[in-house]
Design a protein around this ligand. Sequence first.
Ligand code: SAM
Length: 278
Amino acid sequence: MGPGRLIVVATPIGNLGDLSPRAAEALRTADVVAAEDTRRTGRLLAHIGVDTPLVSYHEHNEAARTEALLDRVEQGETVALVSDAGTPGISDPGYRLVRAAAERGAAVEAIPGPVAAVQALVLSGLPTDRFAVEGFLPRKATLRSRRLAELSGDTRTLVFYVAPHRAEADLDAMATALGPDRRAALARELTKLHEQVIRGSLEELRRVAAEGIRGEVTVVVAGASSATVSTDVEDDELAARVRELIAAGTAKKAAIADVAVAAGVPKRRVYQAVLDTS
Ligand code: SAM
């Protein structure tokens, strides 16, 4: 048996036609496929007529399974890693296995393919020269507001993965922290039959989300421009943003700090604005 290797294999984010011939060949010739959800990947393998054995590899058994998979690589086997959709490692398990393989001196390859963030970015019509994939926002309202406050001055285009049942809360928080007029795009069910891209302001997308969204959703938001990080924001706007954060569960002091960072103004001015308008 020749030297073993780990192959990170990208799979479709919806349309099975996006599985590349190289990816199919890697799945067919691997000794084992490590998959987030073995049933789901089993259906993909059945679709291409492949019966390579599957083992589960997901965020809850990642640490325990890593060593066993790499032992197999050391014994000369080829291990293919896939996730539920798209490219493993991108908001999915993967990087720990790659790191551990590299540390053991094992050969690692990656077969490129779909990434929902890149697909959404390309369709958004927003600048693509510099972007950041932010993955999922924290679930907890206070942590989410804080993360967005940190990002509010970032001039790169921002890409967020969004769980459909949290779309309204996430877009609400984005509109509050980044400003309702920020340009954005909501990309839904990419590469699938009901693919849809809605482009508009964060406020417009917030309203769309409030009506209920189904399917897989990725949101792309324009980076801060010099206009959106300027200090000419009105006092009543600052006070309103603080009240929205407090209503979402943020402590008053933290809300004032977050709004000050987001607007690029001193905390004492936000504090005064809250006092003046209460
Ligand atoms: N590794 C994947 C990739 O390369 O795109 C991302 C995995 S992450 C756990 C799943 C999230 O990706 C979904 O909640 C959604 O935000 C986004 N996503 C996946 N498929 C999508 C699609 N077809 N259309 C829009 N967004 C999608």
